[in-house]
Design a protein around this ligand. Structure first.
Ligand code: EAX
Length: 325
């Protein structure tokens, strides 16, 4: 007679193996503002997959897209506290936690995507990423939200004076608000999850966001006019809670950072794709698009505010960013 394990014993053993695998795997909560298909979703998915691979499956993500864990300010707070593990967020509210990050939110600071990405990945950007640690936030890599453009429901914006008098939702970001006031805009700070309804109900006339956000949040349903103002670059960053970081081995820390850099590249590629195809899509969706904006009128309007920005951040810091070729 051969001895065979009984089916119930086999089932028990299988369950045991499953339980072991599960206990050896830590599931991290990753939140972001837009959909899983958006630039944030694409970047986060690549980061999470690479991080899982790089830690041999010991860490993985559960995704919370579409602001399911709250606005970006709330999510950064939760990551700081350790009640949320990861967030892929714009720098909109980040300056309230890490003042050094605010310099990147100055309107018309960057000449274009190449310039912006070079600064964020170079010594100036990496220095700010490291400084986040002292504020209880582990910045893993700069991802990207994109250059921001204005939408509204009143009339096409070609020059800064067209923007004047419009009630526009802004992020909870003092640098943006100060800059946009020079355009004559009435800035109304508001968390992103409230924005769609605010535009639908006419609480605000407009808003400003990069093409990938306008697309994925379907703002074409509630906004008539889009102007390619590109008035400010909107960096984004993957932040890890110090609670998780403190538990990682050196090898795992490296795996997280490497994964975040791959996620950042994927997110930027998705921004490129949306920039290339999104405007045609938004036109198809019924938006009236001003492609030739009088950028000079906006630059002129904001120029006097640069004196204040220089006072706050140092003229040398601003010049150093501008000098990056
Ligand atoms: O990060 O709040 C905003 O307008 C952000 O650009 C958006 O949530 C994506």
């Amino acid at each position: 007679m051969t001895l065979r394990p009984s089916p119930s014993l086999l089932a028990a053993a299988a369950l045991c193996a499953l339980a072991n695998a599960a206990s050896a795997q830590t599931v991290l909560k990753m939140g972001y503002a837009t959909s899983k298909e958006s630039h944030y979703g694409v970047g986060s998915t690549v980061f999470c997959d690479e991080m899982e691979k790089g830690t041999q499956g010991r860490y993985k993500c559960q995704h919370f897209p579409n602001s399911a864990l709250g606005g970006e300010r709330e999510q950064i707070e939760a990551v700081q506290l350790g009640t949320q593990d990861l967030v892929n967020t714009s720098t909109g509210p980040l300056g309230n936690f890490v003042p050094e990050a605010k310099v990147f939110d100055i309107p018309f600071l960057f000449r274009g995507y190449d310039h912006a990405r070079k600064v964020m990945d170079g010594p100036i950007g990496q220095d700010v990423l490291k400084k986040m640690q002292a504020k209880g936030l582990i910045g893993l890599a700069w991802t990207e939200n994109g250059f921001r453009h204005m939408t509204n429901n009143k009339h096409p914006i070609v020059t800064a004076s067209d923007a004047s008098g419009l009630k526009m939702r802004t992020m909870e970001n003092k640098v943006h608000m100060e800059g946009y006031k020079t355009f004559g805009i009435l800035p109304t700070p508001m968390a992103f999850p409230e924005l769609f309804t605010a535009m639908q109900q006419g609480t605000v006339d407009g808003q400003e966001n990069p093409i990938p956000v306008i697309l994925s949040a379907k703002f074409s349903q509630v906004q008539k006019y889009l102007s390619l103002t590109g008035h400010v670059y909107s960096p984004a960053v993957i932040i890890l809670s110090p609670k998780v970081w403190g538990q990682l081995s050196e090898a795992d820390k490296k795996a997280f950072v490497d994964a975040a850099q791959k996620g950042a590249s994927a997110q930027r590629r998705k921004v490129n794709d949306d920039e290339a195809t999104g405007i045609a899509q938004l036109k198809k969706d019924g938006m009236q698009v001003v492609e030739k904006v009088d950028g000079e009128s906006f630059r002129k309007a904001v120029a006097p505010a640069y004196a204040n920005f220089a006072k706050e951040f140092g003229a040398d810091k601003i010049a150093a960013i501008q000098a990056v070729k």
